[in-house]
Design a protein around this ligand. Sequence first.
Ligand code: MG
Length: 294
Amino acid sequence: MKLLTFSTGSGPRVGVLDAERRVVRDLSGRLPAGAGLLDLIDRWADLGPAAAQPADGDTEHVLDAVTLLAPIPVPRRNIFCVGKNYREHVAEFGRSGYDTPSRSEALPEKPIIFSKATTSVTGPGTEIDPHHGVARELDYEAELAVIIGTGGRGIPVERAYDHVWGYTIVNDVTARDLQRDHKQWLLGKSLDTHCPMGPWAVTADEVGDVRALEVSSRVNGEPRQKASVADLIFDIPTLIATISAGITLLPGDVIATGTPAGVGIGFDPPRFLTSGDVLEIAITGLGTLTNRVG
Ligand code: MG
């Protein structure tokens, strides 16, 4: 099932996408007033099966006539992210000189976990704020994002997929100069609008074998990144086990799993984003997330 958060001009609503008919089935009549996708994920065992079945009274909207928002427009807390999780990207990042202080092309021995502020989240089709005067070196990162369903602490690798509700696409937009100059990555990763997410969320049962998905990106139509999720250095169960070892994962938590090679700093000289650039991130079965730099 493809779940999306959308607006028809009167605040966010949750709907189910019928991709074939390009129609959104509005679920807001079945949810408490103001409830969003986070609430639906919280109560998925009760509400999920019903959401899959069209019911009398469900309003339908033409997909092209609604405004899509990020599937989780305001996450409960920061987006968990993973650095250097594809081999070729580790090499390009190490060569670039932006990975201070280590500047290492060696593969990480353990997952590198950082986060993006909730206020960095923006929806498909929105403009990415270049933050002139704050940052100069903007880059893109195409990533598969995992959405947690049932939370928990100490989740073992072998049960990790039981805790995955679904998947979406994240563009881990990065201000490379801030990432380099401030050593710790939070500032460089968290500027407002620097976490485009969407266009919708797809439940794990519909995705099937997530390792078979392909992540790719284009800038102004030019292919830049392409990799299989199977190429992750630390796979999804390892990431969930690592984070949850001492941090309780909550329903609706988002984990961006890392980006493949082909980002702007992978080029020599680097190819940073400029106003008007159009970024398209595509993942098999999850759709395409498109944003323009403002
Ligand atoms: Mg990233």
